[in-house]
Design a protein around this ligand. Sequence first.
Ligand SMILES: *[C@@H]1O[C@H](CO)[C@@H](O)[C@H](O)[C@H]1NC(C)=O
Ligand SMILES: *[C@@H]1O[C@H](CO)[C@@H](O)[C@H](O)[C@H]1NC(C)=O
Ligand SMILES: *[C@@H]1O[C@H](CO)[C@@H](O)[C@H](O)[C@H]1NC(C)=O
Ligand SMILES: *[C@@H]1O[C@H](CO)[C@@H](O)[C@H](O)[C@H]1NC(C)=O
Ligand SMILES: *[C@@H]1O[C@H](CO)[C@@H](O)[C@H](O)[C@H]1NC(C)=O
Ligand SMILES: *[C@@H]1O[C@H](CO)[C@@H](O)[C@H](O)[C@H]1NC(C)=O
Ligand SMILES: *[C@@H]1O[C@H](CO)[C@@H](O)[C@H](O)[C@H]1NC(C)=O
Length: 373
Amino acid sequence: MGVYCALYLVVASFLRILTPAEGDAEVSCVFMEGCILPCSFQVDTEVIIHWIQRTTGDARVHSFYNNQDHLALQDQSFKNRTSLFQDQISGGNASLQLSGVKIQDQGRYQCTTSTLSGNKELIINLKVDAPVDRVDIEQVENRITCSSEGIYPQPELTWSTSPPSNVSLENNPTVQQTEQLLYNITSSLIASVTDLVYSCTVSTRTNKRTATLRQLSSIRGSSSGTTIPCTSNTSLTGFSLTWRFNHSQIILNQTGANVPYTVSEEWRQQVKSVSESGSLTLKDFSSDQEGIYTCELSNAEETYVTNTLLRVIKESPTDVAGIVVGVVLGIILVTIIALYCKHKQGTNFLLQKLYCFNVTPLVNIYSVPNNPP
Ligand SMILES: *[C@@H]1O[C@H](CO)[C@@H](O)[C@H](O)[C@H]1NC(C)=O
Ligand SMILES: *[C@@H]1O[C@H](CO)[C@@H](O)[C@H](O)[C@H]1NC(C)=O
Ligand SMILES: *[C@@H]1O[C@H](CO)[C@@H](O)[C@H](O)[C@H]1NC(C)=O
Ligand SMILES: *[C@@H]1O[C@H](CO)[C@@H](O)[C@H](O)[C@H]1NC(C)=O
Ligand SMILES: *[C@@H]1O[C@H](CO)[C@@H](O)[C@H](O)[C@H]1NC(C)=O
Ligand SMILES: *[C@@H]1O[C@H](CO)[C@@H](O)[C@H](O)[C@H]1NC(C)=O
Ligand SMILES: *[C@@H]1O[C@H](CO)[C@@H](O)[C@H](O)[C@H]1NC(C)=O
């Protein structure tokens, strides 16, 4: 009987180690942040605390006895990352503090405490999440690409359009895993229908983010100044704003409404102002500033990207020729009227008053060579 009992205990505790039991406490930690694995015991003297990771064999995480830490046998992967709340051990607190949490830290941890009055064992199940931090969406020619990086567990990516449409949203995202076991995800599609707004949502266990792209529209800038709209909506409340040039160069950013914006050194000369709705006004504009202007509005869940292609108005050769021809024709016309007035004085008083009186002083200048006094 005693043998069976002992055997049962051995098997039971063995199973307990391998499979997460119902009652195991679960702790969720965020990648690269700190995390506390709770454990407590009945206060007594001669405290011994052992923390062991039970997933990959038995990795020693942290040991404490004789009133001090003993880390000589600590597993390399936990080096410099563990501590106990030393001042609270006397109060029965054996919680472990883990810093710089990695995906590899996931698994089951056993806290064993022993004092003169007895032993206690506790299992903590540790989960790690790397939430979706940002989603990038960009358009190059008619290909729209959506991507997000550094996510755990494996994310999902979905496309949608506004207004809803049945354009093919072929979606076979490429997923890659980094050395740190995080996931990068990217997907692209061809924008076949214009006037559609494309959105891409990347989601994982703890959160999701959506990035929305308004397709490239084109405006002409003039050297005197140009305003590039950011969004049709009016308020920027709760959003941070970034203006970029040609997809990469940052022109300016603003962390929220009512916060001053910061203009990058290279763009000080060109940026005149930013409106309350985020529109960017440029001055001293030249062909060097021709390109794609991207306005990006971002809050905790969403990113709105608007691209505008800005072209500079140039005085084309035909325009110049037109102006020259116009001026020449004008001079000829004025001269004809002047001659008409000189010769037909008095025939039609009204006509003469209309055409001649007002132009006569001007006309005289041109008439001088023909009619010397
Ligand atoms: C132990 O102490 C830490 C730090 O004060 C506290 O955050 C934690 O909740 C305590 N844990 C227990 C089990 O009392
Ligand atoms: C641990 O920290 C010490 C001092 O801060 C440092 O010298 C050592 O390189 C660190 N070890 C590891 C494995 O990070
Ligand atoms: C959407 O589907 C309907 C019916 O299948 C089709 O007639 C229509 O042309 C489709 N529209 C687009 C934009 O593909
Ligand atoms: C994932 O994205 C990061 C950040 O851009 C990049 O440094 C890394 O090379 C990518 N890893 C893979 C496997 O694509
Ligand atoms: C713009 O307005 C629409 C509808 O009112 C809203 O759903 C969307 O979140 C707004 N976008 C921004 C950037 O405020
Ligand atoms: C924009 O903000 C980022 C961080 O939010 C900062 O690193 C960068 O220097 C800022 N750029 C400008 C032009 O202010
Ligand atoms: C910006 O992009 C436009 C169009 O793609 C290109 O013509 C221009 O040379 C680029 N400007 C700079 C400064 O890179």
